[in-house]
Design a protein around this ligand. Structure first.
Ligand code: MCA
Ligand code: AMP
Length: 523
């Protein structure tokens, strides 16, 4: 078997000079490539010393740090499956993930050890370690006794590398299973499509300002830098002024649209600080045309927007360089980054737009987006029925996004068939929030809809009907939710009404609710 372990490919791209700088943090820490190699070997050796079955799940709910990245690399290296979890998740959410994924190891912050270790031990997890964002905790303490030498465990391309939980329109979150082959193929395609520069070509420097428990920060950004042997400026938390301070030293930046609007709000953002930059990339949520244009005007750079999903990693991208696959009317390869579009399907990705019956549509027609490619996931963890529902019999994955492809090949996302709110780049499924609301005393019924928001792009608003005789206080409802649910899922506003608008079938007409509330944050 050829070894398709993703770590092996990433490690092979480390520069020859292992003592050169790989990562610098805004807190003054420097990590060489050798540091990454040795630290990931030590943690991999620790994982192997636990004698876990192959492909055990290693769950991590930890604050962003370089050591958290090391844990990810070590998990790949040891042939296990990484399960990153948003630090905003609270106990009910964590109990579900741990119960569903049955991890052999849970790594949590020292502050959360009390409650999370109980959840983990109850679910049968034997090993719970802690990891702080200041290099504290039992994981590093135990790993410090291990060797800095480690031979990566061979993996086949179809072997699982990671499980990413993504919420569902109905029921609970589903664990999207991504293989070593899924991640490596996407990393290699992006390396060439985005023109990453090798060290000999001057090298790239990525400002890494995104969380590392989702696809954007963990895979698109980290794999992009590592598979190219490129340096990272590592910020544990996004702060626009810190990013601006580092722009003159960097060449690549990746962000969700909220990061771009927050940067635009800084007077210090101008073409001068961006003159060393090669590429600004946006994704995870729609980038407003206004942001695209403002950015061009202020910095002289054209943001490259791309589109992806947890289940598929990256699917489409605006071109970085002329793309010979998509010539214009005069036969010239197109190179324009068009605002409001997500560009072309990436090399190796097939994308089609279908009608309600699944029949492919004409160019320019709006319908459901379906995709195929080596990047498309292996299915949902322990949910074969859900997996089957999301694929057509001939193997196309139904994205749940609605869009069109124009005559030049550019893909535009015009909406979603899935009931999903994307808030500051995080996904919020109304059905999940409604489930929690409906369980609250005094709530007879609830509807959660997404409305435009100047900072987060979109946020949730809850509309409730009270049970007869109950007086519901909107603020109390929201505080109650905050104690139970990840903060970003909590609606930013709550209204108590006498009735919800319904169609003839009795179904709540969410489009009417959205219309009714669409201006509340945009005054
Ligand atoms: C924080 N809050 C939010 C969000 N973030 N509410 C809604 N949506 C959010 N995204 C809450 C906070 O808990 C707080 O609540 C209040 O809003 C204000 O928080 P603030 O201090 O402004 O937040 P922040 O800590 O500065 O975070 C904002 C952020 C962050 C930097 C934009 O949300 C972020 O890093 N987003 C990136 C998400 C991401 O990486 N997505 C990629 C997913 P309170 O006042 O009650 O305490 S991967 C993906 O989608 C695919 C595959 C792809 O294509 O990439
Ligand atoms: P996730 O479940 O976190 O993987 O989010 C995937 C979803 O994010 C996609 O199905 C899209 O709805 C959305 N998305 C990602 N990138 C973009 C983009 N550039 N424009 C519009 N929507 C996007």
């Amino acid at each position: 078997m050829t070894d398709s372990n993703l770590f092996v490919a990433l490690r092979a791209a480390f520069p020859a000079d292992l003592d050169s700088l790989a990562i610098e943090t805004d807190t003054g820490l420097n990590y060489s490539w050798r540091d990454l190699d040795h630290a990931s070997a030590m943690v991999a050796n620790l994982l192997q010393s636990l004698e876990l079955p192959p492909a055990s799940r290693i769950a991590a709910q930890v604050d962003k740090s370089v050591e958290a990245l090391v844990l990810y690399l070590a998990t790949l290296r040891a042939g296990h499956v990484y399960l990153p979890l948003n630090t905003a998740y609270q106990s009910a959410e964590m109990a579900y993930f741990v119960g569903n994924a049955e991890p052999a190891v849970v790594v949590c912050t020292p502050a959360n050890f009390g409650w999370l270790s109980k959840i983990a031990f109850n679910a049968g997890t034997r090993n719970v370690f802690t990891l702080g964002d200041d290099r504290t905790g039992s994981l590093l303490e135990r790993a410090s006794h291990q060797s800095t030498e480690h031979t990566p465990v061979p993996r086949a391309a179809d072997d699982l590398a990671t499980i990413i939980y993504t919420s569902g329109t109905t029921g609970r979150s589903k664990g999207a299973m991504l293989s070593h082959g899924n991640l490596l193929s996407n990393a290699l395609v992006l390396k060439s499509y985005w023109g990453w520069r090798s060290a000999q070509e001057g090298g790239d420097v990525l400002i890494h300002a995104l969380p590392i428990f989702h696809v954007h920060g963990l895979f698109v950004a980290i794999h992009g830098a590592l598979i190219n042997g490129s340096r990272m400026v590592w910020l544990n938390k996004f702060d626009p002024q810190t990013v601006i301070r580092y722009l003159p030293k960097a060449t690549v930046f990746m962000g969700v649209p909220t990061l771009y609007t927050r940067l635009l709000a800084e007077p210090g953002l101008n073409s001068g600080v961006c003159s060393h930059m090669r590429l600004f990339i946006s994704g995870s949520a729609p980038l407003l045309l206004e942001t695209f244009k403002d950015w061009q005007q202020r910095t002289g750079h054209t943001i490259l927007e791309r589109y992806g999903m947890s289940e598929t990693v990256m699917l489409t991208s605006n071109p970085y360089a002329p793309d010979a696959r998509y010539p214009d009317a005069s036969g010239q390869p197109q190179a324009q980054r068009r605002g409001g579009t997500v560009g072309f399907p990436l090399p190796g990705v097939s994308l089609r737009v279908v009608d309600d019956r699944g029949t492919p549509m004409e160019t320019g027609d709006i319908g459901g987006i379906q995709v195929k490619g080596p990047n498309v996931f292996k299915g949902y963890w322990h949910m074969p029925e859900k997996t089957a529902e999301e694929f057509t019999p001939d193997g196309w994955f139904k994205t749940g996004d609605v869009g069109k492809v124009d005559a030049n090949g550019y893909v535009t996302i015009v909406g979603r068939s899935k009931d999903l709110i994307i808030s500051g780049g995080y996904n919020v499924y109304p059905a999940e929030v409604e489930g929690f609301l409906n369980e609250m005393p005094g709530v007879a019924e609830s509807a959660v809809v997404g409305v435009p928001h100047p900072d987060f792009g979109e946020v949730g608003v809850a509309v409730l009907i009270a049970r007869p005789g109950s007086a519901l206080e909107p603020e109390a409802v929201l505080s109650h939710l905050k104690a139970t649910l990840a903060n970003f899922k909590v609606p930013k506003r709550c209204y108590v009404v006498n009735e919800l608008p319904r169609n003839a079938m009795g179904k709540v007409q969410k489009n009417l609710l959205r219309d009714q509330h669409k201006a509340i944050f945009m005054a």
